[in-house]
Design a protein around this ligand. Structure first.
Ligand SMILES: Nc1ncnc2c1ncn2[C@@H]1O[C@H](COP(=O)(O)OP(=O)(O)O)[C@@H](O)[C@H]1O
Ligand SMILES: [Mg+2]
Length: 268
């Protein structure tokens, strides 16, 4: 069974503005084929960065959005029934190991720990993946690399990675881009001018200061881009901000009032 590698290649350069040295650090980790963990709040640019690096390194990228119903078989593969009987179908992790892709397990903490352990043999000197049900040991392609993203924000005792998993990765700490960079990103991705982007980023700053004071997580760069896109559709800024920046993140009346006030002040 052969896989079309081309379908996993990224042909156009993804828009990505470096924050601080992460490109060189990632490239060095890739040269050593070290597994990498990208940590940071949701919507701060982690996935975009991985897409950019896969493009930059010329490697295919296989992304898996992890969730709590995911089983080891969803990653590794399973036998399926078809007209001719049973047929083994590789899961995304196995495909990536075979073709030498970068395998990106997005939001890994969402997966159950008994699922997560299947990555262990791929992340140490063995660089192999046992397919127990099939009785095959897949040796990882020399170009294969494993990357995971991880949001320390919603870490709880129930949802965290085991030390035995964590200590198989090196980590890159991500955060929302600093002010000028975020303005440039919101303007480019949101299709608005820099003056509007600067106002949105300012509202983002105010909201991020409420983190821990009633807000679990600040407004992400992704949501700032949503607001910009609504404004680009001629929605009034305050309505756009309410829809993109307030409604999704809080149901608390006081927090909402604070954010509404900030929006009115900034766009006055
Ligand atoms: N440094 C950056 N360069 C380009 N775009 C960025 C950057 N940081 C954030 N973004 C934008 O923010 C949005 C959310 O990024 P994403 O990678 O999906 O977040 P995450 O994976 O961290 O949840 C995307 O539209 C992305 O373009
Ligand atoms: Mg992501």
């Amino acid at each position: 069974m052969s896989t079309d590698v081309e379908q996993f290649k990224i042909h156009d350069e993804p828009f990505y503005r470096p924050q601080r040295g992460e490109i060189d650090l990632y490239r060095a980790a890739y040269q050593e084929r070290l597994p990498v963990m990208i940590k940071g709040p949701t919507g701060c640019g982690k996935s975009r960065f991985v897409e950019y690096m896969a493009w930059s390194l010329g490697r295919p990228l296989i992304t898996v959005a992890c969730n709590e119903d995911m089983t080891a078989s969803d990653l590794v593969g399973r036998y399926l029934l078809d007209a001719n009987g049973t047929r083994w179908v590789d899961g995304p992790l196995t495909t990536a190991a075979r073709i030498g892709a970068i395998c990106y397990l997005d939001e890994i903490v969402e997966a159950r720990q008994d699922t997560t352990v299947v990555i262990h043999p791929l992340t140490d000197h063995r660089r192999a993946l046992p397919l127990d049900k099939k009785g095959e040991l897949v040796k990882a392609h020399p170009d294969f690399q494993l990357v995971i993203s991880y949001n320390p924000g919603y870490q709880s005792l129930m949802k965290d990675l085991k030390q035995s998993t964590k200590q198989r990765f090196c980590g890159l700490d991500f955060d929302y881009p600093e002010k000028d960079l975020e303005i440039a990103v919101v303007a480019k991705e949101g299709g608005c001018d820099e003056a509007v982007a600067a106002k949105l980023v300012h509202i983002g700053e105010i909201a991020r200061n409420l983190k821990g004071h009633g807000l679990d997580e600040g407004i992400s760069t992704r949501l700032l881009i949503y607001a910009a896109r609504l404004i680009a559709q001629d929605i009034a800024p305050d309505a756009a901000c309410r829809m993109a920046l307030v409604a999704p993140i809080s149901d608390d009346a006081d927090i909402r009032a604070t954010l509404y006030h900030a929006i009115e002040t900034v766009f006055a």
